[in-house]
Design a protein around this ligand. Structure first.
Ligand code: CTP
Length: 437
């Protein structure tokens, strides 16, 4: 049998492993039983990249959250520091935390079957095995104990490991999709992302549920949450295509099918997103995702989609303004407003990354493409190599407004090619300090 502690330690990135240790320590101090569950365990065993960590405890999860706050590691060299509570729900005993490393972690109290509906309002006490059995698919229903007496013990009451080996998605009871129809979308998402198949009975259940149109009953907020998750995937277009093939996209609008979806535009956007990611800009804009998905629909149908998803006003406004803002940025990019490297840098660094992505995807003009590429491939990497250490050694306090200002002036001189050699650069930096900039 594999050693799951070893697997965790060797497969989790260091920051995530430290998060596991920190949560484990807090639970131990309270004498609470703690388990790592859900997607992290699936991805750990399946050999897939591990994203967010989900923990469950047998007991009050918010007590553990408070303990984590108390046990905060002191911040040293970028490690440790404050754990931010993104949201907490006292009645459900669940919370989402963000660790200083950027790792997002959910902590919840174990729940029983019948307590798993998406809009449930109160937690019923249960055991870890009850909690695993109430989950969507066997591959998501595996836990690893993080308790002192059984640390590393695998809990797999529904034989999820075997399904991971067979590369198949299997529900845990016949009415899984009917009782929680968002699972139909989740099933297609996991099947596409992991390149798995549906187990025979699961495939039949899926088809029956779809024919009964249970997907129409999914509350807007739950649907929006799922589409947000799709938007965060590495290959959202593949998942949308799979959903379209299953006739599930029409849940947003009856017209959202076939040529009414701009697959080519989405492919261009995905390529543009990769270019931005290489430069360290990760675009996770839900309005942009919806814009791309619905761009070929008439305005009335677009509003219907926003309505179906119960989209917040702020998101609706961003969505409405995206095309117009992209048009404006593209125009500026093609003209004098971006005529020098400094102007180009200032223009693009002030623009939200989702606009950059949209302009890259929708405006093929060479001047626009080249300018954005220069910004991403030359200017941004250059910005990361500014002589902060040298400036500090020259006596300017880091994080002071003067420090920032001198670095900006130095950077613009670099962009304009005014200081080329190392000696010229060192001299220029000294001059900026001495002239009291
Ligand atoms: N879950 C469930 N039914 C749902 C939603 C979630 O049973 N309708 C359970 C599954 O066990 C899932 C866990 O809650 O693994 C966490 O859900 P979520 O964070 O949405 O998905 P992950 O499985 O972690 O997948 P990923 O984050 O990789 O998309």
């Amino acid at each position: 049998m594999p050693d799951y502690l070893f697997l965790m330690e060797s497969r989790l990135p260091l920051a995530q492993w430290q998060v596991v240790s920190q949560v484990q320590k807090a639970a131990e101090a309270l004498g609470m039983n703690l388990y790592l569950v859900g997607g992290a365990v699936r991805d750990l065993i399946g050999g897939f990249p591990i994203e967010d960590l989900d923990f469950v405890v047998e007991g009050k999860a918010l007590k553990l959250v408070r303990e984590l706050g108390r046990q905060q590691a002191p911040r040293t060299q970028g490690v440790g520091g404050e754990v931010r509570v993104a949201w907490r729900n006292e009645a459900l005993q669940a919370a989402e935390l963000e660790f200083p490393s950027g790792d997002v972690v959910s902590v919840a109290m174990v729940r029983a079957a019948g307590d798993s509906g998406p809009l449930r309002s109160q937690a019923i006490p249960a055991t870890i095995l009850d909690d695993l059995r109430r989950r969507d698919f066997s591959i998501n229903a595996i836990g690893i104990s993080l308790n002192p007496q059984s640390r590393g013990l695998l809990l797999d009451p529904t034989n999820g490991v075997a399904d991971l080996e067979k590369k198949q998605i299997r529900t845990l009871h016949p009415y899984s999709f009917v009782n929680d129809p968002i699972r139909m979308f989740r099933a297609v998402r996991f099947r596409t992302r992991l390149t798995f198949t549906f187990e025979a009975k699961t495939a039949a259940q899926f088809q029956n549920a779809r024919e009964s149109k249970v997907q129409e009953k999914i509350p807007g907020e739950v649907l929006a949450q799922e589409f947000r998750q799709i938007a965060r995937e590495t290959g959202p277009a593949e998942i949308l295509k799979a959903l379209e093939k299953e006739k599930l996209l029409t849940v947003l609008s009856p017209r959202l099918q076939g040529p009414r979806v701009d697959w080519q535009g989405m492919a261009r956007a995905s390529k543009a997103g990769q270019g931005l990611a290489v430069a360290g800009l990760r675009v996770r804009s839900f309005p942009l995702f919806l814009y791309l998905l619905t761009s070929k629909l008439p305005p009335r149908d677009q509003s219907q989609v926003a309505e179906r998803l119960r989209l917040k006003q702020a998101d609706r406004q961003t969505l409405r303004r995206l095309a117009e803002n992209a048009r404006r940025l593209a125009k500026e990019l093609g003209g004098k407003a971006a005529g020098t490297p400094t102007k180009l840098y200032q223009l693009l660094s002030a623009a939200p990354p989702e606009l950059l992505l949209l302009v890259l995807a929708e405006y093929p003009q060479a001047i626009i493409q080249t300018r954005i590429r220069n910004y991403l491939r030359k200017y941004l990497p250059l910005r990361l190599k500014l002589p902060e250490k040298e400036l500090h050694e020259l006596g300017v306090a880091p994080e002071s407004p003067r420090f920032r200002k001198i670095l900006d002036l130095y950077f613009y001189a670099l962009l304009e090619g005014k200081v080329r050699t190392k000696t010229e650069q060192a001299k220029f930096l000294k001059k900026l300090v001495q002239t009291g900039k």
